[in-house]
Design a binder for this molecule. Structure first.
Ligand SMILES: [Zn+2]
Length: 134
């Protein structure tokens, strides 16, 4: 999934169009940005694991909309397992994780790929979950 954003060339300071996106590799969240400046030919390639910088993430959200992670209602008995997965994935404190669970069955929201990633992590632990557009 790719989104186009306007990005300022670090060399010539002109605006260029960059492709940004997120993907999931081996149950890890990854993001990337790539573009070639039409004015000075500078090529930029960035990618990293984890969440993208806020500015980029916001642009993905603006274009794709916000998505929600829904835990199957039959999984309420597996709360401890769900807490463990979400806490580790999102790097949360126990307190923040239990706040998420108060919103059960909708326990997280973010970009489509982020929600797919959490869903995959949960399914990997045999917890049934799905994603929905906000
Ligand atoms: Zn340039």
């Amino acid at each position: 999934m790719m989104v186009e954003i306007q990005y300022l060339c670090a060399d010539c300071k002109k605006e260029m169009t960059a492709n940004v996106g997120q993907s999931i590799i081996d149950l890890k969240l990854r993001w990337y940005l790539s573009c070639i400046c039409k004015s000075c030919n500078t090529a930029i390639e960035m990618d990293d694991f984890g969440f993208p910088p806020d500015e980029i993430r916001q642009k993905i959200l603006n274009q794709e909309g916000e998505w929600k992670l829904k835990i199957n209602s039959l999984e309420l008995k597996n709360k401890a397992k769900i807490i463990k997965v979400l806490r580790y994935a999102l790097n949360l404190s126990i307190k923040d994780t239990s706040k998420l669970l108060k919103k059960f069955p909708y326990v997280a929201n973010g970009t489509k790929v982020e929600m797919l990633w959490l869903k995959e992590l949960l399914i990997n632990q045999n917890i049934r979950a799905s994603i929905e557009k906000q």
